[in-house]
Design a protein around this ligand. Structure first.
Ligand code: GUN
Length: 293
């Protein structure tokens, strides 16, 4: 049976370390980092994520400002709010929860966020900086995946890494981070030929497609490390719903050397990395050296 990579405890350590640095920032510089979270509409999953982000921000000793807008809000109104948050010095980080309703162009909203406050790391400026290897704000879920991988493998140099999924939020930035760790990186996706065979070559296999239990046990190379980014709610026994990842955990955990569970794997890392990014953003905006957390 595979080693279980415990995202719950690793994220708790990271949150603890961020909390300590926030206290130092407050006592030495009289600065309390502030995160503004914007939620548009009533997507149930988004509501849960935003609630957790706000609770964890407060637990880390940071200020959080939640802006809830109706599903019918105009693009202009949302852009005005972002401009207002850009100009507010008490706000160090801005997160607009995705997905947004159809009348709003997400790319336009993201490009309006001040890149120095873009704690999601979605702005083209931050995406570009990551791609060319410059410092910037890096998307939270991919950073969480790297921390989990390094907690188990230590050094990723030379590993064959296969990412299934080519999104701007996970797949593409994760590829850049794995390259930075000296992996050989393949981004596979729904049109990849012989997907199972491609996955079987992976020393590190990352599933980020949003399809419940798509990656089967015989897609996994024996002894490899499997990171499951998926969070899918499916109908379980007796009409109850349950959360599953993009990996068939039962099957894959028989073959892999190590694997992340769902829940309790990548999910909690995303929020911990968001707190870290907010702390980083507050330091960068105030000309303070970013602490090593
Ligand atoms: N929706 C799903 N994941 C994310 C995320 O990491 N950031 C934002 N803003 N929205 C999301």
């Amino acid at each position: 049976m595979a080693h279980i990579i415990d995202g719950k405890s690793i994220s708790a350590q990271l949150r603890q370390s961020v909390t300590e640095q926030v206290a130092v920032l407050r006592s030495q510089h009289e600065i309390t980092p502030g995160l503004a979270v914007v939620l548009v509409g009533e997507n149930p999953a988004s509501q849960v994520y935003v609630k957790n982000k706000i609770i964890q921000t407060a637990n880390a000793g940071m200020n959080s400002y939640c802006h809830r807008l109706s599903a019918e809000v105009s693009e202009e109104e949302l852009l005005n709010l972002v401009e207002h948050l850009n100009a507010d010095p008490s706000v160090n980080g801005i997160l607009v929860q995705l997905p947004l309703p159809d009348q709003i162009d997400s790319d336009k909203v993201i490009s309006m966020i001040d890149p120095n406050k873009d704690v999601d790391g979605f702005h083209v400026m931050n995406a570009g900086r990551l791609t060319v290897g410059l410092d910037g704000l890096v998307p939270c879920t991919p950073v969480g995946c790297i921390i989990l991988l390094k907690s188990y493998l230590n050094d990723l140099t030379g590993c064959n890494a296969v990412i299934v999924g080519r999104s701007n939020i996970v797949g593409k930035p994760l590829a850049a981070l794995l390259l930075r760790e000296h992996c050989t990186v393949t981004i596979a996706h729904s049109r990849t030929r012989n997907l199972a065979q491609v996955c079987r070559q992976a020393d590190i296999l990352i599933a980020a497609v949003g399809r419940p239990e798509m990656v089967k046990g015989d897609w996994v190379k024996p002894g490899s490390t499997v990171i499951d980014v998926g969070i899918n709610r499916i109908e379980g026994d007796g009409g109850k719903t349950r959360l599953v990842g993009d990996v068939d955990y039962q099957e894959a955990s028989e073959v892999a050397g190590a694997i992340t569970p769902v829940p309790g794997g990548v999910g909690p890392m995303t929020i911990a990395c968001l707190l870290q990014n907010t702390l980083r953003a507050a330091c960068l905006q105030n000309g303070i050296q970013v602490p090593h957390v």
